[in-house]
Design a binder for this molecule. Structure first.
Ligand SMILES: Cc1ncc(COP(=O)(O)O)c(C=O)c1O
Length: 494
């Protein structure tokens, strides 16, 4: 729906620079919902005349808000307010000032979901959202997804619209089993696949069926730490280094640990691939301890840029590894679809924990994804985004090499985020400088599990966690320049 907003009431303070005042006033009008989704803003000249300011100031203000995502501009249809931005819930995700709190969030980092669920923050404005956790929302393949949804819903048998099955639709379980075997080396048959609404949901289910004796990587997503904590689980933290989790340390997997949560393809967030000898050690541990299980979070396993991705750990020991995947990085975290490939006994427990209906994913989305996988659209999208994100990462690495060569980008060339390792003691200053420069991002220390010592094996890990996938191109270029200035200043001051 479109609305003509040419008669626009905005109040600017009587004094001070005009462009920033107009940016603030427009942002507030969109955020509060006063300018509804679809509203077309007045032409530059008309608004400039109404407000008694220069036409260029209006043009610049619109451009800034377009870069931040508060407005959209299309040839021939003018500048508009996108649908669905108003404040009520969750302005946190990737939207300029809305994301501002993540620059150095007092409560530490969360994933996009957790931020989105909170109230809109009132912290200082952030022009550039480099907080990790988000794929490029503008790259969602709308046409292909809509085609799959239409085809799948029209072709589905009537029982698809009945009460459903906690395992998920058979069409999707078949499509996933074949995709995961082909692309990720998972040993999956449709009977062992259980569809869920994402990794967070999977972790809650696993925490419910295995309520104690967990180990987690010393660095991970605080939101996931919170899920375990809420289930009463106090996990044992496993140190991580440039070869991933230290599954080789004898005491690390000492009894009574029975469930080990790992990100083998790309340690989150520090970026290592689990070394082959540590993969072997994890599997050996699971095999040799009755009831032991590795949970493999393969959250961005498709996005490896320097070589073919390593296959899933699950392929080595399907009876001892739970494989978990999700659409949240490859397609969109908004769809809320994920999957588990489970050893037999665990599958039955997880299905029982799903209960009646509460924890199930919707059948129409499942059917759409099954079609999307089967017709090759998922592979095409992953290939397209791999190219895009690889380019983003290369630009980040090159800009740092040129402007702040003392900063190391940790981990492999993969994923949608990178960690810029900083000299010990500089992370707080870097976060402060980033905030002052209008950059929203998190510090690495916020991802440390609370039970994991800040100093491990003699090293303190500090850094910035940079999400490079979500910003529009122009804003990314500017954000990169601002980021390099920040880290160059901070590291040179040491
Ligand atoms: C480490 C990690 N695991 C898993 C996921 C996927 O979570 P979900 O499927 O709940 O969106 C994410 C975020 O996308 C993540 O950062």
């Amino acid at each position: 729906m479109t609305r003509d907003g040419s008669d626009l009431h905005l109040e600017l303070p009587p004094e001070g620079p005009r462009r920033p005042a107009l940016v603030r006033a427009l942002r507030e009008a969109v955020r509060s919902g006063r300018l509804a989704g679809g509203t077309r803003l007045p032409p530059y000249r008309a608004l400039a005349a109404d407000l008694g300011i220069a036409r260029g100031a209006v043009a610049d203000a619109y451009a800034e808000l377009v870069a931040e995502g508060w407005l959209t501009a299309r040839q021939g249809s003018g500048t508009r307010v996108p649908e669905g931005l108003a404040r009520a819930e969750g302005m946190g995700e990737g939207m300029g000032e809305g994301a501002g709190k993540s620059a150095a969030r007092a409560e530490g980092p969360a994933d996009g979901m957790a931020r989105a669920a909170g109230p809109a923050p009132a912290a200082s404005p952030a022009r550039f959202d480099l907080a990790q956790g988000k794929p490029d929302p503008a790259a969602f393949p709308r046409t292909a997804w809509a085609a799959s949804a239409r085809r799948a819903v029209l072709a589905a048998p009537s029982d698809a619209f009945g009460p459903g099955d906690p395992r998920g639709r058979p069409e999707l379980r078949r499509a996933l089993a074949s995709y995961l075997a082909r692309a990720r080396g998972v040993r999956a048959d449709p009977d062992r696949v259980v569809v869920c609404s994402g990794f967070a949901n999977a972790l809650r289910l696993l925490a419910a069926v295995r309520p104690r004796d967990w180990a987690v990587e010393g660095y991970g997503l605080p939101f996931h730490h919170g899920i375990l904590d809420a289930a009463g689980i106090r996990p044992h933290p496993v140190p991580v280094d440039d070869d991933g989790a230290r599954t080789d340390l004898r005491d690390v997997l000492a009894s009574p640990v029975r469930t080990l949560l790992l990100t083998p393809a790309h340690q989150f967030p520090t970026g290592a691939t689990l070394h082959p000898s540590r993969r072997a050690a994890a599997v050996e541990w699971a095999r040799s301890h009755p009831g032991a299980l590795v949970v493999e979070d393969d959250y961005d396993g498709e996005f490896r840029y320097d070589r073919k991705p390593v296959g899933a750990l699950q392929g080595l020991a399907p009876g001892h590894v739970v494989y978990a995947g999700s659409l949240s990085k490859s397609l969109s975290p908004a769809i809320r679809l994920g999957w588990l490939v489970l050893p037999d006994g665990v599958r039955d427990e997880v299905l029982a924990a799903k209960g009646v209906r509460e924890s199930w994913a919707g059948a129409p989305d499942q059917l759409a994804l099954a079609d999307f996988l089967e017709c090759g659209a998922y592979d095409r999208q992953v290939r397209r985004m791999r190219q895009r994100y690889r380019d983003r990462r290369d630009r980040l690495v090159a800009a740092l090499a040129a402007g702040a060569p003392e900063v190391r980008v940790t981990g492999i060339a993969a994923g949608l985020h990178a960690v810029l390792e900083l000299p010990p003691g500089t992370e707080p200053a870097a976060l402060e400088a980033a905030r002052a420069a209008g950059i929203a991002l998190d510090g690495l220390s916020g991802y440390r599990h609370p039970a994991h010592p800040a100093t491990s094996a003699g090293t303190v890990r500090e850094g910035l966690v940079v999400g490079y996938a979500a910003l529009p191109d122009r804003a990314f270029t500017e954000a990169l320049a601002a980021l390099v200035r920040v880290v160059a200043e901070v590291t040179r001051a040491t």
